[in-house]
Write a protein that binds this ligand. Structure first.
Ligand code: ADP
Ligand code: 5GP
Length: 209
């Protein structure tokens, strides 16, 4: 029996990756998605306005605050959070459908949202990326050239809070050397695909096969 057979039979893995802004999450997630293009991606709802180039339904579902609060009341979200004065939430139904169909999923959400999601999706892998130091984080935020001084100061203050709240994650990966951090992230994902809880039928099929 090929590995593909048993792979097709397992449930999808929610891989949740959080990091203080500037740590290198986008860089690492892009690499993971290009190596493993089968990942499903959760499209969040947000009340913030679209940025140039963002497409409704692809980057986010852009909805009004009134609509967001209505959906929240209806239990539409797997998790939600208020980040920088806007609401963000992960719609539950598409997540359940994708995971049940065996598709692994990547989530790009903030730390508060990840903590909530861990209650709804306890079989997920919760990865927290750390910068090697606060001074290196500041250097990366500056070198990226997308933030003004006020925004950099706010992101550094948020980073301290997020790192202080990160004790409960399954995995910490320090993004010091990019290659090493990527190897670790990849190993975490590949190890997660081997969890017995994701393959309830496998032992029986081997015993009976
Ligand atoms: P985030 O998505 O976490 O905000 P980015 O992926 O945009 O972070 O990375 C922030 C900056 O740091 C980018 O300029 C990126 O090229 C750089 N960077 C990412 N990882 C590393 C690393 N391991 N070493 C040095 N620079 C890095
Ligand atoms: P941005 O507005 O820059 O796209 O995202 C701002 C922050 O919101 C990021 O930290 C991002 O990870 C987080 N975020 C995006 N979507 C969601 C979501 O559905 N839920 C939560 N909790 N956070 C989200």
């Amino acid at each position: 029996m090929s590995e593909t057979f048993s792979e097709n039979r397992r449930a999808g893995i929610p891989l949740v990756i959080c990091a203080p802004s500037g740590t290198g999450k986008t860089t690492l997630v892009q690499r993971l998605r290009s190596e493993f293009p089968h990942f499903g991606f959760s499209v969040s709802c947000t009340t913030r306005s679209p940025r140039t180039g963002e497409v409704d339904g692809r980057d986010y579902h852009f909805i009004s605050e009134e609509e967001f609060l209505k959906r929240r009341e209806q239990g539409y979200f797997a998790e939600w959070a208020q980040v920088h004065s806007n609401y963000y939430g992960t719609p539950l139904a598409p997540v359940r459908e994708m995971l049940d169909s065996g598709r692994d999923m990547l989530f790009d959400i903030d730390v508060q949202g990840a903590a909530q999601l861990s209650l709804t999706l306890p079989r997920g892998r919760y990865v927290f990326l750390l910068p090697p130091s606060m001074s290196e984080l500041e250097r990366r935020l500056r070198s990226r050239g997308t933030d003004d001084e006020t925004s950099i100061a706010r992101r550094l203050a948020n980073a301290k809070q997020e790192i202080q709240q990160a004790h409960w994650f399954d995995v910490w990966i320090v993004n010091d050397d990019l290659e090493r951090a990527y190897d670790r992230l990849r190993a975490v994902y590949l190890t997660a695909t081997l969890a017995p809880t994701l393959r309830p039928g496998l032992a029986t099929s081997i015993l009976e096969g």
